[in-house]
Design a protein around this ligand. Structure first.
Ligand SMILES: O=C(O)CCC(=O)C(=O)O
Length: 243
């Protein structure tokens, strides 16, 4: 299933696009139950439980025909993941009020776009609502990273990529630091900024169970607080294209 023209345009502009209802509801229910079984088997409940990796193909259903067709259209030939689906879960993370975090903004990979091809997507298992811990991202940031990488050569690490971005656009340094009394939601989510003709803005990954969110590999992103009583529950997947 290739992206529609409108989806392809949104992906190119923002670096993130939501594809509604791509995974069938019965598969979502089975996978959600599998995550809950893993959580319930633990003696304690962490706000952000880790290492919930599939052991027995519990999340193979995300490698659905629709996803395979999407990957074919994005990557051409690609390597079958060893395991499908890494759960990302966040219960209430303890903050009194939700705010745009200043910590943990990163890109996952250094390297020039074009040295490898990669697709990354998230599958929503529980409704993802504002303030509910859906992964945060800076819409448009992939275009800035791509331009920096093309201009300056290989970006060796997330830290180096961020340093170069901040040197180019102080707004990103301010996103990664705090000033007393600043309304970060207004500044970083509502106002955003324009950097070299690219509009950038912090967004949360929101959607319904069964939705798939495709995220550009050079996207600046971060874990977000969850101040709701409902858990954030998604699966994420990297898929590498064959050179
Ligand atoms: O838990 C999250 O939403 C953050 C995910 C993330 O930063 C990552 O997987 O690279």
């Amino acid at each position: 299933m290739p992206l529609t023209t409108e989806q392809a345009r949104a992906y190119a502009r923002d670096g993130v696009v939501r594809l509604s209802g791509l995974i069938p509801t019965p598969d979502i229910e089975t996978m959600r139950n599998a995550v809950w079984r893993k959580l319930d088997a633990r003696p304690e409940r962490a706000a952000r439980p880790s290492k919930l990796t599939a052991r027995e193909g519990e999340f193979d259903a995300i490698g659905s025909p629709a996803i395979r067709a999407l990957l074919d259209s994005l990557l051409g030939e690609w390597d079958e993941p060893v395991r499908w689906g890494l759960p990302l879960v966040a219960f209430h993370t303890g903050e009194e009020a939700w705010d745009v975090p200043h910590r943990n903004w990163h890109v996952d990979l250094g390297g020039l776009p074009g040295e490898y091809s990669l697709a990354r997507f998230f599958v929503i298992l529980e409704p993802s609502r504002p303030g509910g811990g859906g992964t945060g991202y800076v819409a448009g940031s992939h275009r800035l990273f791509t331009a920096i990488a093309e201009r300056e050569g290989r970006l060796r690490s997330s830290a180096e990529a961020r340093r170069r971005l901040i040197a180019h656009a102080p707004w990103f340094g301010e996103l990664s630091s705090t000033r007393p009394g600043e309304d970060r939601i207004q500044r970083f989510m509502r106002d955003g900024a324009e950097v070299g003709g690219v509009e950038v803005r912090v967004c949360e990954m929101l959607g319904e169970p069964g939705d798939v969110i495709l995220m550009h590999p050079l996207m600046l992103h971060a874990p977000m607080p969850n101040v709701l009583s409902t858990p954030r529950m998604m699966l994420t997947q990297f898929v590498y294209g064959r050179p």
